[in-house]
Design a binder for this molecule. Structure first.
Ligand SMILES: Cc1ncc(COP(=O)(O)O)c(C=O)c1O
Length: 407
């Protein structure tokens, strides 16, 4: 009987075999040089369905925008868009990409700490649903271009989530509210429609969601007291990988948010979310090989922090696919191929007793932010395959596509 690996129904084992959806791993890698990355399309679809079902059954006016920076492979964006999800993007290369993929303007929200003039112009030319401003000064710039195009641009204000030490977003203090009131009067070609608070990444406790929701509620109150009405709130992303965050925990988050809004008698047109990691995190897997084994139970894989960087904050899990039926209970440390002692993937991880060069190792939960934060250390990039059912498609080949960056 097949059993899930890493809490993922599309990554299974039975006896000595590992299955990537309906494809047997051994058959799949027979003629392929490792390392490779695989994307499990069905897992992305399932994660989206869980998220949407959980939230819309609790908060019916939920709408989702996928945070494209989590994984901007065109195939991944297409799969997500086909599920009816919009996109949240931060810059022009992403905007060019999503427009090329025929995602319509009303499904795009766009903005970040660095709004170039050409990005603002492109947003206006393409009727982007909301432009997200991270500081008040940008309102002036957006209004200028909106006037030029004879349009009224809807705006989302990113507010400072009041997380300790965070400088991202607009602080809603007396001074800034005064400026905002003045700008709203003065700038006739923008309309503040939404406020956004994104707290942090990998939020696996209700307390963090509560803090984020509180920062939105406080901001809404302050705006109301100053005669400013916004229609929607955007609570950002920050959900862990779906394999890590149980559906039950997700439901608790949805209920918490709903109850907090009810308690404060807050009535909104829409509640937006911008999940990145939850949709794609556990749909990405690296398939690698052991290239060196030391006496002290350190093993080295043919991938390291160049492709699987700490900065991506993934919930990494490691499996010896060659000995998948052996117990993983012997402490082992795992390093990568960047020639520095800092290239450590994990220390004292429970692994198989036998460790041999050539063993095939799976690293799970690498679908979000690994490619985004990967660096140009001079090793070849891995091929990337999309798998659905018993079909696989090569979606990135370093020889053909050269690079998966956006420029
Ligand atoms: C504003 C905003 N929204 C959404 C996200 C996506 O976050 P996650 O992938 O953790 O869901 C981020 C990530 O940094 C963000 O800054």
């Amino acid at each position: 009987m097949k059993k899930p690996i890493s809490g993922n129904q599309y990554l299974m084992k039975d006896g000595k075999n590992v299955w990537l959806d309906d494809i047997k791993l051994d058959d799949f890698i027979k003629c392929t040089e490792l390392p490779i990355m695989v994307i499990l399309e069905n897992r992305i679809r399932e994660n989206i369905k869980s998220f949407i079902q959980t939230f819309t059954s609790t908060i019916p006016n939920t709408e989702c925008f996928y945070s494209v920076k989590a994984n901007f492979l065109p195939k991944v964006i297409k799969v997500i868009a086909r599920e009816g999800i919009g996109v949240e993007i931060v810059g022009e290369p992403e905007l060019d990409l999503v427009l090329k993929l025929n995602i319509p303007g009303f499904k795009i929200i766009c903005g970040g700490p660095y709004l170039t003039e050409s990005l603002i112009e492109k947003c206006l030319q393409n009727d982007i649903r909301e432009v997200i401003a991270y500081n008040l000064f940008d309102l002036k710039r957006i209004d200028y271009f909106a006037k030029k195009y004879g349009k009224i641009q809807k705006i989302c204000l990113r507010i400072n989530s009041q997380k300790y030490n965070s400088n991202l977003g607009i602080s809603f203090n007396v001074q800034n509210i005064k400026i905002l009131k003045r700008y709203i009067k003065k700038f006739q070609n923008i309309e503040i429609e939404t406020i956004l608070s994104h707290y942090t990444t990998q939020m696996n406790s209700l307390e963090l969601f509560k803090r984020n929701c509180n920062s939105i509620i406080n901001a809404l109150k302050l705006l109301k007291d100053n005669g400013i009405h916004v229609k929607n709130v955007n609570l950002g992303g920050g959900f862990p990988e779906a394999a890590i965050m149980t559906k039950n925990q997700l439901r608790k988050v949805a209920i918490l948010i709903k109850e907090m809004l009810i308690d404060h008698s807050i009535d909104l047109d829409k509640i937006y979310f911008e999940p990145g990691r939850y949709f794609v995190g556990d749909a990405g897997i690296f398939i690698t090989k052991i290239i060196n084994v030391l006496e002290n139970r350190w093993i080295y894989l043919n991938i390291g922090n160049n492709m699987c960087p700490k900065f991506a904050r993934c919930s990494l899990r490691f499996y010896n696919a060659t000995l998948i039926d052996s117990p993983h209970k012997y402490k082992t440390s795992i390093g990568g191929i960047v020639p520095t002692d800092q290239d450590v993937l994990v220390k004292d991880y429970f692994f198989t007793k036998k460790l041999k060069r050539g063993h095939v190792i799976l690293i799970t939960n690498v679908g979000a932010y690994c490619l985004t934060f990967s660096n140009r250390f001079p090793y070849p990039m891995p091929k990337i395959y999309n798998i659905i059912g018993n079909k696989s498609e090569l979606i990135f080949d370093p020889k053909r596509d050269r690079d998966f960056t956006l420029n």
